[in-house]
Each structure stands twice: as C-alpha cells, then as structure tokens.
Design a binder for this molecule. Structure first.
Ligand code: EPU
Length: 342
C-alpha cells in the first residue's frame, strides 16, 4: 500500500535534533514536495499513525522514541516572487537552512533578517515559534505562510495576521498544531532598509568595530560574532538555544520583585507588563555551569541547557524541573519551556 513512498523503519533521530538526543522514529520519510504529504494523507495506514513534522530539530526535545511517522521537511528553493515600490517578496521552501537563507538575502542586497543570523533550524520552523533575537522577530518580515492542511488535503496560504504571531508563539503551535505542515514562507523585505541596532549587545559590538552607519551585512557579522561568543554551537555541544521563555509578569509583580532584588533584569512591554530575563533568574539560583548527570546548564548563558554527552531527553527534563522548582521558590515565577517535548 505504501510501496510508492520511501518510508524507512526504526531510524535514529540523533543527527536530526540539535540536542543530540538518541531517539528512534518508528517510521521516517524525507519530504521533498507536497505530493509526498498528499500520498501520506491518502494512505489509510500511514494517515492513522501519530505524526511529527521535523525541520532542523532545533526546538524540540525527544523524551523517548517516536512511535509514529516522522515527516522530515527537506524541500529546497528560494526565489524572488514579486516586488513593488517599497518591498521585495521572497519565497523560501520549508527545508532550507535558516541561516543560509538569511545570508542569501543579504548577498542579494536585501536587508531585514540580519538580526536573526545564525539561529539554528529551518525556514519552515521559523514562523512556528516566531523566532526572534536582538530586537527583531521573524513576524516583522513575514508576508504569508503556505501550508498543507492534513484535515482537508488542501494547500492554504495564511497572511501575517492569520498566523496570530506572539512571543515565541503562533497559530501553528495551537489550533493548527496537528493539521498544518509549513510548505514555504513568503518574506516581505523592505527596499528602504533601516538598521535595528538598539539592542545593547549589538550596539556595543558595532561600536567596538568602529561602525557608525552599518550595512545589513555588517550587522549580520556582528550578530554572528555575539552568538558565537555567548551560545554553544550545536555541532559541538548539544542544545536547543534558550530552554525557557522569558516570563512576562504584571507591573505590580515586577515592582515587588525589583524591591527585593534591585539587580533584577526586566524589560517594559508595549502593554505595560514586564518581561523578566529568565537567564538572570536561573543564574541567581546558582545553576550556571551545573549539571545533573550528562544534562547541564551552559557556563556562559544560564538559559541554555546542554547535553554534555549521552544525556537522554528524560535527563534534560529532570534538570529543567529542578531549575523550575528553584526559580519558583525564590522568585515566585514559573518558567515555561521553549522547545516542544516529544
Ligand atoms: N543573564 C544573566 N545570566 C545568564 C544569562 C543572562 O544574568 O546566565 C542576563 C544578561 O546579563 C542580560 C539578560 O539576562 O542582562 C538577558 O540575556 P541575553 O541578552 O543573553 O538574552 P536572553 O533573554 O537570555 C533572548 C532570547 C534569545 C536571543 C537573545 C538575544 C528568549 C527566550 N531568548 O535571550 O533567543 O538570542 O535574547 O536577543 O527570548 C532562543 O530563543 O533560543 C534564543 C537564543
């Protein structure tokens, strides 16, 4: 029944998740086009299996083997689809590597994505958690997202508003979670580009480089340097970037915390609430550089949990729970994980 699809059995996912966790997929398929997704939907046996759509594997934690079908999005292709007086529209396939795509846009002279340089993962995953860094979120440059809808078997295009983007959040994590598979993303990049270098780390790096009026490419180079210094390279030490979201609390709660902890790092949000630096909270609890077995807290950034070798997903979960309990006890704030637990 499934002979036409090159489905593999019991495939190791270790090299397909940036945490480097050993876990097996019961069934595994490299997806190069929407035809493969149609074929899966039309096959009663395959369609009945639990599904996991995998991109670069940089925002998930395997807590055990996956007992269903992994759809590994590997489609390639980048093209300029349209332009008007103010904007260039670029479509990129879900399987494209995110950082390579950012560098491609910069090489064409299109700014807008430079602050998001060197984020691990794929183009298709970028809108799902609305990746962000250094004062920019990907939603700022997304025009539309095309998806395959497993419920109807149709291709749908969601405009920016329909994606319901939030901080590390979108509709693809909620009502469309088990339905929509991102096929490609259409970006709207500004022709009259303005640098966004307000974020302290970026401003300092540009000053250190003597750049007063940086180009988009120079901002990208600065961001790459900052990330390389502060964050572990998943090719060397397994990790999924920030393990927790920065918690957002009401002003009254932040004021009480600030009175108790004058060094508290917090950022005012447009709605009057405050985002707290989770890395600072974890650091204050003494976790930086510590480990439980092979699961550890990165020495240079307490918000990043790392696999020091042969950690299992459950080891990372145990460490995360211990950190959550300490932060809750000391600051009364519950940290919410950023990666999806599988
Ligand atoms: N801090 C500490 N100790 C630490 C880590 C951080 O005191 O161990 C303090 C820093 O000194 C700073 C503050 O916490 O004052 C914030 O740290 P940082 O600028 O490194 O940023 P972050 O809040 O930890 C967020 C994003 C990152 C993104 C950076 C830069 C989240 C969950 N994380 O990290 O995104 O690269 O800002 O914009 O919003 C990711 O999502 O995977 C990710 C890496």
């Amino acid at each position: 029944m499934t002979a036409h699809l090159p489905i593999q059995h019991d495939v190791s996912l270790r090299s397909h998740n940036t945490f480097g966790i050993e876990a097996n997929a019961h069934r595994y398929l490299r997806v190069l086009s929407v035809d493969a997704l149609q074929a899966v939907k039309n096959d009663a046996d395959l369609a009945a299996l639990p599904r996991l759509v995998l991109g670069g594997g940089s925002n998930l934690l395997f807590t055990g083997d996956f007992p269903g079908l992994v759809l590994h999005m590997c489609s390639q292709g980048i093209e300029v689809t349209d332009e008007d007086a103010n904007t260039v529209y670029v479509r990129a396939a879900a399987g494209e590597n995110w950082h390579r795509f950012v560098r491609w846009t910069l090489a064409q002279g299109f700014g807008g994505l430079e602050n998001l340089s060197l984020i691990p993962g794929s183009v298709g995953a970028a809108p799902i958690q609305n990746i962000g860094a250094y004062g920019v979120e990907v939603r700022d440059c997304i025009h539309a997202v095309s998806v395959f809808d497993f419920a109807t078997g149709e291709i749908r295009t969601l405009d920016n508003a329909a994606c319901d983007f939030g901080y590390r959040d979108s509709i693809f994590k909620h009502v469309l979670r088990d339905r929509a598979v991102v096929l490609n993303v259409i970006f709207a990049l500004p022709k009259r580009w303005q640098p966004n270098s307000r974020y302290a780390d970026v401003a300092q790096e540009l000053t250190a480089r003597g750049l007063v009026a940086p180009t988009a490419q120079q901002i990208s180079d600065a961001v790459i340097a900052i990330r390389t210094r502060k964050l572990p390279d998943p090719a060397v030490i397994g990790n999924a970037g920030s393990f927790f979201k920065n918690p957002v609390v009401p002003k009254a709660q932040r004021d009480v915390l600030l009175a108790q902890h004058p060094q508290l790092v917090s950022y005012l949000q447009p709605d009057g609430s405050f985002k707290l630096a989770a890395g600072w909270l974890i650091d204050q609890c003494g976790w930086k550089g510590k480990s439980i077995g092979e699961a550890g807290v990165y020495e240079k950034q307490a918000l990043v949990l790392v696999n020091r070798g042969g950690a299992l997903g459950q080891d990372i979960v145990r460490l995360a729970h211990a950190i959550q309990a300490d932060v809750k006890m000391r600051f009364g704030v519950l940290l919410e994980p950023e990666p999806i637990f599988i």
